[in-house]
Design a protein around this ligand. Structure first.
Ligand SMILES: Cc1cc2nc3c(=O)[nH]c(=O)nc-3n(C[C@H](O)[C@H](O)[C@H](O)COP(=O)(O)O)c2cc1C
Ligand SMILES: [Fe+2]
Ligand SMILES: [Fe+2]
Length: 387
């Protein structure tokens, strides 16, 4: 993909970052990430976003190779987050005649992030404005809070290309060979999950436009079966479950709560439930648990009590879910405690701060280790959860 063409006149000039330890200092990315950038070759040569400073030199080399000695006329800034905007000052200094296209909020942030004087070089656009590049025309579609307030997408009207900013992005380098859905879902819910309403608003604005390719700022260019990707974004952003099934997240100190969670999964399967997934919240990347909690229709939280509250990995997961606006799901609780179980009460309190979480009336309390009598209680909870 590197240095290849999206169309005859739109070139990919982004870079892969396979070695980053944590994206945004919190997300594990086993297959790295890409910082996408594009060059539109027309009368007015236009750069669509820059790249992270980690890959500034490589990105600049890609750009120069694509320019072949020409100077860019415009830089369009879709998003000011440094994984895309870090090289704005460097580019602006290198090409003093280049104009910078953004909105009022973009320019406020450029002033905050950089110490450069770009007076006289700003092209300030409003939602719906167009910019003529020659045979290409960019139409700006503001997408506030998908992922930051200044975000704008650009729709190129002649070739019907949507430059989607962080929308439709994915963890994983372009070179990595993996299905789009899993890492795009984990990316979506952790990066923009909280802003479903805003994503819905952009999807509505774009509904009338014919799109032949989506060029995101991370991950592959999407140029076939676009209905599939748009459909997933519609499901995700409307907080509807994608998969009818049960996700069981457990947090166990010495393994007994884990056993109860695994047994509960078996009981659910025996009762005919499809798509039952179990994860150890202490050992699974929390962003993966967040992604699965959004994905499935029913969620089970199983946790050991800890210091008159709930064991930390479960506390963490619930805090993340709250901050990402998790809602509209059916939930079941299993707790464990050796002297005064408190996990369920704490989990209930945290779930009570989220919207429309329907918690099963049955709550199963295990005392230290599962006993035969707990089977029946788990079976009753299973019935209530999947009825
Ligand atoms: C540091 C620590 C604090 C704990 N606090 C509580 C508590 O407040 N109430 C309680 O009933 N059990 C408490 N426990 C016991 C755990 O809930 C215990 O590990 C559990 O009963 C067994 O489940 P597990 O094998 O999944 O860890 C605590 C355990 C540890 C190690
Ligand atoms: Fe972003
Ligand atoms: Fe990004």
């Amino acid at each position: 993909m590197n240095n290849t063409f999206v169309t005859d006149s739109i070139k990919y000039i982004g870079v892969d970052d396979p070695d980053i330890d944590l994206f945004e200092s919190q997300y594990r990315v086993p297959n790295g990430v890409s910082y996408n950038s594009y060059l539109i070759m027309d009368e007015k040569i236009t750069v669509m976003d820059t790249a992270d400073k980690r890959k500034g030199d490589e990105w600049m080399a890609n750009l120069e190779a694509a320019l072949g000695g020409s100077a860019p006329h415009y830089l369009v800034v879709s998003h000011m987050e440094p994984d895309h905007a870090a090289n704005i000052a460097r580019l602006a200094e290198k090409y003093p005649s280049m104009q910078i296209v953004g909105n009022v909020k973009t320019f406020m942030m450029i002033d905050q992030f950089f110490d450069i004087d770009i007076e006289g070089r700003k092209v300030t656009v409003k939602d719906g404005d167009t910019l003529e590049l020659g045979s290409h025309t960019l139409k700006f579609v503001f997408a506030p809070m998908v992922h930051w307030p200044e975000v704008m997408m650009s729709y190129e009207t002649s070739e019907k290309i949507l430059f989607a900013a962080d929308g439709f992005g994915k963890f994983g380098t372009i070179a990595s060979d993996e299905p789009w859905e899993d890492e795009a879902r984990r990316y979506y819910f952790n990066i923009v999950g909280k802003y479903g309403v805003q994503v819905q608003a952009v999807l509505k604005k774009l509904a009338g436009a014919e799109v032949s390719a989506i060029c995101p700022l991370h991950g592959p260019v999407l140029n076939e079966d676009l209905g599939h990707y748009l459909g997933l974004y519609d499901t995700w952003s409307s907080y509807k479950p994608e998969t009818d099934g049960v996700f069981i997240a457990y947090a166990s100190i010495h393994g007994n709560t884990a056993k109860a969670a695994e047994r509960f999964a078996e009981i659910l399967r025996e009762k005919g439930a499809a798509n039952v997934k179990v994860s150890d919240a202490a050992r699974t990347d929390i962003s993966q648990c967040v992604s699965d909690a959004f994905r499935y229709s029913r969620i089970v939280f199983a946790a050991a009590s800890y210091d008159a509250g709930v064991f930390a990995p479960m506390h963490d997961l619930l805090s993340h879910l709250k901050s990402k606006g998790w809602k509209n799901r059916k939930a079941a609780l299993i707790e464990n405690g050796s002297w005064g179980p408190t996990a369920a009460k704490t989990m209930k309190g945290m779930l009570g701060e989220m919207k429309n979480i329907d918690i099963c009336e049955n709550t199963v309390t295990i005392r230290s280790a599962m006993k035969a009598a707990d089977e029946e209680k788990l079976a009753a909870l299973a019935d209530e959860l999947i009825k």
